[in-house]
Design a protein around this ligand. Structure first.
Ligand SMILES: [Zn+2]
Length: 261
């Protein structure tokens, strides 16, 4: 056993026994670590043991080699609480990122991924309301891309031809199982696939890069696209919990969405 100290972001916490919880943290050097925390309270306001879901801080834990579960020693929150709990869209936007990460069971450190998750949680906490849908969809896309599942947006997944060289008005199709866009010539047989016009294709590229356009147009269509992609490529055995909730929230608060993006 050895004592380890690391920056960390709390992804999930659930009760383990009456006085302890299982906590899953994302760290830059150890990937995701699962810890038993004794005597910790969820959402406490201050002091030792106060834990804010999606909060960032400094983690001290006893690392037990060859074990899946380690022991929490201390977690010191950094900066102000993100306040994600005050807004359902912001909270579930962060939950999607956490669900994707936890499904992947990351065992190795990845500093770029850690920095991205810290950034997107911060943005979800502070962005103006109009920009929240863009950060939600970007959160999911960029996390998938950093985990090794970027969508193909440059070349047709069927013929390999360069996309977006036509008259600028052509409609591609999003082929979820092939992992990206089909050009207009390969669209035959893809009638059931979502259509993606030039503007949506450009928006997709920005979302994957972690730079959401503001505002993002047709956010519910974009959310449906990334949900289908995540389910297929992460081999999820069950539905994500956060996507349906968010879909409901985005269609209720946003303008009517259409099939075409
Ligand atoms: Zn093609």
């Amino acid at each position: 056993m050895s004592l380890a100290t690391s920056p960390a972001i709390l992804l999930r916490s659930h009760p383990y026994s009456e006085s302890s919880r299982i906590l899953r943290f994302l760290t830059p050097d150890h990937g995701i670590v699962a810890l038993v925390g004794r005597g910790v309270r969820k959402g406490g306001s201050r002091g030792r043991g106060a834990l804010d879901t999606f909060g960032r801080g400094t983690l001290v834990f006893t690392h037990r080699p060859d074990r899946d579960l380690h022991n929490l020693r201390d977690f010191t929150p950094e900066g102000a609480s993100l306040g994600l709990g005050r807004d359902l869209r912001r909270f579930y936007g962060a939950s999607i990122v956490a669900e994707i990460l936890l499904l992947h069971a990351l065992e190795e450190g990845d500093r770029a991924l850690f920095d991205w998750v810290a950034e997107v949680f911060g943005r979800l906490g502070t962005a103006p309301d109009a920009d929240v849908p863009g950060w939600i969809v970007s959160g999911a896309w960029r996390t998938l891309a950093l985990l090794g599942f970027p969508p193909e947006l440059e070349r047709c997944v069927q013929c390999g031809g360069t996309l977006g060289v036509g008259d600028g008005e052509e409609m591609d199709r999003f082929d979820v199982s092939e992992g990206g866009l089909r050009c207009v010539r390969c669209a035959t047989g893809g009638a059931s696939m979502p259509r993606v016009g030039p503007r949506a294709r450009e928006q997709l590229a920005f979302l994957v890069a972690g730079r959401p356009p503001h505002p993002l147009t047709h956010p519910a269509s974009h959310l449906g696209l990334v949900e289908g992609f995540a389910l297929h490529h992460l081999g999820a055995r069950r539905e994500f919990r956060s996507f349906p909730v968010l879909m409901d929230l985005l269609t209720r608060t946003g303008a009517a969405d259409q099939d075409r993006m």
